[in-house]
Design a protein around this ligand. Structure first.
Ligand SMILES: CC(C)(COP(=O)(O)OP(=O)(O)OC[C@H]1O[C@@H](n2cnc3c(N)ncnc32)[C@H](O)[C@@H]1OP(=O)(O)O)[C@@H](O)C(=O)NCCC(=O)NCCS
Length: 199
């Protein structure tokens, strides 16, 4: 069996690449690089207040990372970025656990620039992450939401995720108000299963 880091590197060999949304927006797609720090933080800070309420901790100091790394550990945290018009327009991130009982389950989170929503960018990125995850040997993907994230929930359901759990009033935003917690999940098909389904 191949070493997982090596398998992930193989899955990332296709990047950078261009993908085009249904309305013709050409996006340059590649994983985050160390030199993207300023652009990435600027992008994340564009998130509207009602969305930021749920993720404020991720924005402290240096956005997602406590210390901005020289080299990003894609095995733990893989932000796949879409660039258009000279800026970052979307980020779909895959988080993996190095060990433990969820080591076979990747966690996916997505955010699109407010001016570029509804154009199909996240549809493209989720499909890319599903394929990367499958190639990297993950068995399942999951995505977490507060109950008000209808668009995000729809986008993931369209990509093949199902609702696994909805807990009313379970999570608290940064204003200490309670919201439903929604967990979506997807089982990833191995190559052999995909080949059998195609027959
Ligand atoms: C959720 C989010 C990432 C969607 O990004 P996006 O690039 O606008 O999504 P897409 O244009 O690829 O649309 C994906 C699907 O979402 C739905 N959708 C998108 N915009 C919508 C809108 N304004 N109203 C209703 N549904 C919408 C559609 O089902 C669409 O599928 P379609 O191709 O059949 O129209 C974006 O709204 C966002 O950044 N939200 C804040 C962060 C968040 O909620 N993340 C989810 C938790 S991880």
């Amino acid at each position: 069996m191949l070493f997982p880091f090596f398998v992930l590197e193989l899955a990332l060999e296709k990047y950078p690449c261009y993908l085009t949304t249904p309305d013709g927006l050409q996006c340059f797609i590649r994983p985050l690089q160390a030199g993207d720090r300023h652009a990435y933080e600027t992008f994340l800070r564009l998130m509207p207040d009602e969305e930021r309420l749920f993720v404020e901790h991720r924005f402290l100091d240096t956005a997602v990372f406590h210390v901005w790394p020289e080299k990003i550990d894609f095995f733990r945290h893989l932000p796949l970025l879409a660039f258009a018009d000279g800026k970052i327009v979307a980020d779909a991130s895959l988080h993996q656990r190095a060990g433990g009982w969820k080591r076979h389950i990747g966690l996916v989170s997505v955010v699109t620039h407010p001016d570029y929503r509804g154009r199909g960018i996240v549809d493209l990125l989720i499909n890319e992450l599903v394929e990367i995850s499958r190639q990297a040997g993950l068995m399942r993907l999951e995505a977490e939401f507060n109950g008000e994230r209808d668009v995000g929930i729809l986008a993931f359901q369209k990509a093949g995720f199902d609702e696994l759990m909805r807990l009313p009033g379970y999570v608290q935003d940064m204003n200490a108000l309670y919201h439903d917690y929604v967990l979506l999940g997807m089982r990833l098909k191995a190559s052999e299963e995909l080949a059998a389904a195609a027959d």
